[in-house]
Design a protein around this ligand. Structure first.
Ligand code: XMP
Length: 483
């Protein structure tokens, strides 16, 4: 037995001492960061792989905002794969079933279709969906008596059309559109039938609406997915990578375990550079170093700080989160493997402290569980909207998993569960974008207080001060009456 001399600290035990700053506005703070050794994010926020937090809707929202969502693993392999596929397909710039006209329709009829659906170009097809040409609004501009003229008389015929092949990536499509100064690119199958339509308008809209969106090489939104370390985890990992998962999170409560280290090695050997592996959770320098040495591309840090966690009560184990992050950060600097501060984030101030302590990103669970994009309905209690959150080691999560995967739990199985998490309600907080924008806005101001333009500068410049209970109380709203 050994007793460590130093104190374990968490977010509320410290404040960051304000430093001289060159930032004239928080907008000058650069929040770009490393999720893993090679995968970058535009904001340092990830949504937690919990079944009340991240499925496809949350992952889409997070990637659009410049972060990433990790789909939870309490699903059958097929369902988890389906969730990742939904994210990958969501930002598709291909209109798979575009409005069309036939060659023998009148120009007047085609114009009516354009007007009704607010579009300025229609692929022209025959009965078997073979592409015969394109009719653009410009083609119709100088047509006299459109009620008597046929589409085939004024369309641009197939032999003069530039087309793309089905499955073309957005980069390929953009290149073709640019090179030929086109606004619309029809896609065709091998037999010449229409497979879809890509328009410049859609590409520009998506780019301007989500300027920070994190995308893979083919232009699809980024997605992460969780896997375990036992049973079918290798097969699950392979299937998730096949549909384009960008990162896999090897998700176990006590990640500093020999079997986790073996699993990282096996995954690396099997999948090589196809995917980045995040491993965890750890709470120590040694744990982080061991996982990094085994090949993890990032390490997730946090044992027991989460809002729904009872690990520290049930097992007596854990490390207060700020100390855990500081310790893990030493190993991160030595190995070049980024760390994720996972759990216990309640405010933007907590994000700032976690990053200043050496994390590259934070993972948020309960904060995002209360948003529109988290799985599950909103519930009204006393007229106020709420959503459900549950720890992944709670009995409810175990039962939910059994129900979804069809692995029935017998009474004995249920008796045997020793939960390390609880179920609860969280207040409804609006959209994920609203929550994340508040977190990132506050974090940017926090960077400014530290005099840091980048996250790496933050690590160098941050100065923490331990505070007293009186100072903690002074830091909150105080001596006020309810309005
Ligand atoms: P927050 O505080 O953001 O934390 O809700 C999210 C993280 O909490 C962890 N987690 C658990 N830890 N028992 C635990 O001890 C659980 O049942 C449990 N469920 C989630 C997890 O690391 C998550 O990202």
């Amino acid at each position: 037995m050994k007793l460590l001399e130093h104190e374990g600290l968490t977010f509320d035990d410290v404040l960051l001492v304000p430093q001289r700053t060159d930032l004239a506005s928080r907008k000058q703070a650069n929040t770009e960061t490393d999720l893993t050794k090679t995968f970058k994010l535009q904001i340092p926020v990830i949504s937690a792989n919990m079944d009340t937090v991240t499925e496809s809707a949350m992952a889409i929202a997070m990637a659009r905002l410049g972060g990433i969502g990790i789909i939870h693993r309490y699903l059958s392999i097929e369902d988890e794969v389906r969730q990742v596929s939904k994210v990958k397909r969501s930002e598709s710039i291909v209109i798979e079933e575009p409005y069309t006209v036939t060659a023998d329709q009148t120009v007047e009829a085609a114009l009516a279709v354009m007007k009704r659906f607010g579009i300025r170009g229609l692929p022209v097809i025959d009965r078997k969906k073979k592409l015969l040409g394109m009719l653009t609004f410009r083609d119709t501009l100088f047509v006299e008596a459109p009620a008597r003229r046929k589409v085939k008389d004024v369309m641009t015929p197939r032999n003069k059309l530039v087309v793309g092949k089905k499955g073309a990536s957005s980069e390929q499509a953009i290149k073709i559109l640019e090179a030929n100064r086109l606004e619309k690119l029809p896609l065709v199958n091998g037999n010449g039938t229409l497979a879809g339509l890509i328009t410049v308008k859609d590409i520009i809209e998506k780019k301007t609406m989500y300027p920070k969106a994190i995308k893979d090489k083919s232009g699809h939104l980024a997605a992460g997915a969780a896997i375990g370390v036992k049973g079918d985890y290798l097969e699950r990992a392979q299937e998730l990578v096949k549909v384009g998962a960008d990162v896999l999170v090897l998700d176990i409560a006590h990640g500093h375990a020999s079997y986790a280290i073996e699993a990282i090695k096996k995954l690396k050997a099997r999948l090589g550079s196809k995917v980045q592996i995040i491993a965890g959770n750890t709470a120590t320098y040694e744990g982080t170093k061991d996982l990094a040495k085994a090949g993890a591309d990032a390490v997730k840090v946090g044992v027991g700080p989460g809002a729904t966690c009872t690990t520290r009560i049930v097992t007596g184990s854990g490390v207060p989160q700020l100390t855990a992050v500081m310790e893990a950060a030493r190993a991160a600097r030595e190995t070049g493997v980024p760390i994720i501060a996972d759990g216990g984030i309640r405010t933007s101030g907590d994000v700032t402290k976690a990053i200043a302590a050496g994390a590259s990103t934070v993972m948020a669970g309960s904060l995002l569980a209360g948003t529109e994009e988290s799985p599950g309905p909103t519930i009204s209690r006393d007229g106020v909207k709420h959503k459900v959150i549950r720890g992944m080691a709670s009995l409810g999560a175990a039962l939910g998993r059994a129900e979804r995967t069809g692995d029935e739990m017998e009474d004995d199985d249920i008796q045997g569960v020793v939960p390390e998490g609880v179920e609860a309600l969280v207040p409804f907080r609006g959209t994920a974008a609203e929550v994340v924008n508040q977190l990132v806005g506050g974090f940017c101001s926090g960077m400014s207080y530290c005099g840091a333009k980048t996250i790496k500068e933050m690590w160098q410049k941050a100065v923490f001060l331990k505070i007293s209970q009186a100072a903690y109380l002074e830091s909150r709203p105080h001596d006020l009456e309810k309005p």
